[in-house]
Design a protein around this ligand. Sequence first.
Ligand SMILES: *Cc1c(COP(=O)(O)O)cnc(C)c1O
Length: 361
Amino acid sequence: MPAPAAATLGLPAARPFVGPEELAREAGFSSLVRLGANESAFGPAPGARAAIVREIDRIAWYGDPEAAELRAALGERLGCAPEHLTFGSGIDDLLGLLVRGWLAPGDVAVMTRGSYPTFAYHAIGYGARLETVDYGGDGTVDLPALAAAARRHAARVVYLADPDNPSGTSAGHAAVAAFAAQLPPETLLILDEAYVEFADDAALRGAALVSNVARLRTFSKAYGLAGARIAYALGVPELRAVLDRIRLHFGVGRLSQAAALAALADDAHLAGVVAATVAGRADYAALGERLGLRTLASQTNFTCFDLGSPARAQAAVRDLLGRGIFIRKPGAPPLDGHVRVTVGTPAERAAFAAAFEAVLA
Ligand SMILES: *Cc1c(COP(=O)(O)O)cnc(C)c1O
C-alpha cells in the first residue's frame, strides 16, 4: 500500500468511542442494556417515526443540502433567521468542521481535560496543539482557569460543553455568557449544548448570538434520534458562511431531516422525556445515597457515581458489562474514580440498581 501522509501516520490509533455493539460482541451478548452512551431511553416522538416511514418513498433522492424547510421551522422556534443555522450529521461532524475552519496546524485549542473527547480527536487530527485545564476538585468545569488558559496561549479555539459530559454539571447561562465575554477577541468559543434540553436553567436554551460563539445542539439526546445523525450549529451568519465552504453538502440524509422536522413539532413528547429523565436522575441520586456513594448534581440525562478510585470504577464497568449492562467511566482526574450512568427506563434503572449493588458487594 502506498504510504499515507506522515501527519496521518503520526496520529494515535485510539478511537474516541468503542461502541456498545463491539463491547457486546466481546462480552458474548447479542445486545446490552445501553446506559453508557447517553442515548434516549424514551425514544423519538411518534411523529418523527411516522415521518421516517413516510419519507422512505423518496429515499432514492438526496436530502436537501440547504435543509431549507428544517432551517425555517427551527429558526421560527428559536426566533432567529435561517442564516444563523447550519445542519450537520451530528455535533461530532460539526466539531470537525469548526476545527478545520478555525485551527491551522500548530494553532492552540483549549479544553477541559477529560471532557467530551470528539473535539480533541478532531483538533489533534488537524494538527492543532491542544492545551487542557483540569476540572475543579468538585468535578465542575473551571471556567476561570479555562479563560486564563485561552488568554495565556492566545488560543484560536476554546471548547466548552455546558451542561458538561462526563460530569453532568452546568455553570448556568450567566456564567457561560460571562465566560464568553472574557475570551480574547481572536478566540472562537465552541459551546457544545448537547444536553441543554435537560438543564434547569431555561436561559441556556435561548438563541442569543454572540459573534465569537458557535453553539452546537443535537437531536441525538433529548429528541431520541442519535441513530439519525443530525445536529446544528447556531451562530452569526458569518459562521454559516465559513461552514458552507467546507461542509459535506449531502451530509444530512432525507430521513434524518424529516425526522428532525417532525420532532420539533412535538413539544409534549420532549417535555415528557425531560420529566422522565429528571425523575430518573432523582432515582439515581437516591440509589447513590442508599449505596453510600456521592453523586454529582446532573443537568443532563446521566449521573456520575463516585466510587472513590479509578480501579474500583474500572472494575464496576467491567463487572456490569459481564452482566450485560453497558456504562462508562470518565478517563481523567478528578472524575476517573466515577462511573457515568445514563438515565434508563424504570425497568432498566431497576436492573442497573440490582446489578450495581451486587458488583459493589
Ligand atoms: C453525545 C454528545 C455529543 C454527540 O452529539 P451527536 O450530535 O450525536 O454527534 C456531542 N457533545 C456532547 C457533550 C455529547 O455528550
